[in-house]
Structures are given as structure tokens and as C-alpha cells.
Design a protein around this ligand. Sequence first.
Ligand code: PEP
Length: 247
Amino acid sequence: MLIAGNWKMNGLSPALGEVEALIRELKARPVAAKVLICPPATLMSRVAAVAGGVISIGGQDCHPQPSGAFTGDISAEMVRDAGGTWVIVGHSERRQYHGETDTLVAAKATAGWRAGLGVIVCIGETEAERLAGQEEAVVDRQLAASIPDAAATSPTAVAYEPVWAIGTGRTPTIEEIARMHAHLRQQLTKRFGNGARAIPILYGGSVNPKNAKEILAVPEVGGALVGGASLKATDFLSIVGAAPVGS
Ligand code: PEP
């Protein structure tokens, strides 16, 4: 099971203290889950140094090109160079605020693999789409267009993140999460065959210390992508500790 923390645009130097606390605890009490933190790019190498290999570090985004005249962007190779082993692509905030299309997300996934990173591809419907009963059609379209064929043989995770659940304190019901994750597993298997087994499906959207145990116990939930609750070591540790033993 993979528990990933997405710090988004949060974290100045004092936030390293949270990572130190996290590492101290994980060294004292090892957990079942693999733990990943995706800090802002400015902190990546410092978080990697503090982590000392106890947890993995990732980027929150990358440019499709390895280098070039793309002011303000960072490449997958730069994520790797800063100590990252994973990169998130297609987060709904990138899709919403930066107009990222499925095609661009797929190019970023390819860039992540090129640089030797594992890639977490985010998908998920908006509230209007869910209310219209279109959630499966939306994620099917995103799965088909944002995830390149190479996912069958490259380190990949899918994060199902209903947009309306991100940062809102609202989550789908356990039954809705179970239904969607079963659907996604079916779709991945249809497309990638046996290769699909190596692709965990993370749930993301208002995961917190109170609801983590129930969510992580749902069949086909292979981990979580955690935003707000990953910023405090104590909260994030509770979520990490809620991963089922042997997962
Ligand atoms: C996220 O940013 O991917 C996320 C799930 O955020 P939150 O946990 O705060 O809802």
C-alpha cells in the first residue's frame, strides 16, 4: 500500500521539522505502508536529505521536456536530481488552474518514466459530473487519454480523486469508493491485462485520521493521496498507521 502526501503550495523551511518528526516515528515504529511525501519543489532536496531513505520523495508535477526554455517549470529529470523517485501528474488543481489536458498529462507521465520515476496519474470527476451520473464515463475517458500504454510495464499508480472531495472535508460513501475502485480495476485490467496488477489505485480527497482506516480497508484501494492532512506529522502518521497489516 502506498500512502502519499501532497503538500501542494505549502511548506517553508520550518516544515522540515514535521518531516524530522515523521522519520523519527517511522524509525521507532515501522509501518506496513510505503510512505511518500511530495513537497514543493523548493524543499525537495532538503526533505530528501532529512528522509534518509526511510520514506520516498516525489514531485507534484513535471514538464514533458527534459530541459529547455520553459521558465518556471521543472522537468522530471530535475525531480529525480533533487532526490525524487515519484512524480504526481494530472492533479485536478493542475487541470483546473493550468488548463492541463489529458494529452499533456500523458506526455508528463511519459517524461516521468523517462527520468526513472514512478508516476501517479490523478483522475476524478467534478461534482456536476457526479450529479449527472457521469462519474464512470469521466474517469474512463481520463484513464484512456491520460495514461500511456507504457503504464503496463512502467511504475505507475492511479489516484482516484473526486474533485468535489479535495480539500472540502467531504468524501464519497464507502460504497461509492468501493464501486468506483472496482470499476477502475476492471478498466485497467481490460486495457493492460496482467500488467494492471502492478498498478495500485489510490483514493484521494479529504482523507484524514478519522476516516483513513475505513477507506484503506476497501477492496481495490491500494493506498491514499493525502493533501491537507499530510502537512502535520501526527495526522499523517495516523493515516499511514491505518494501512492494513500486510498490505
Ligand atoms: C490532494 O491534494 O490530492 C488531496 C486529496 O487533498 P485533500 O486531502 O486536502 O483533500
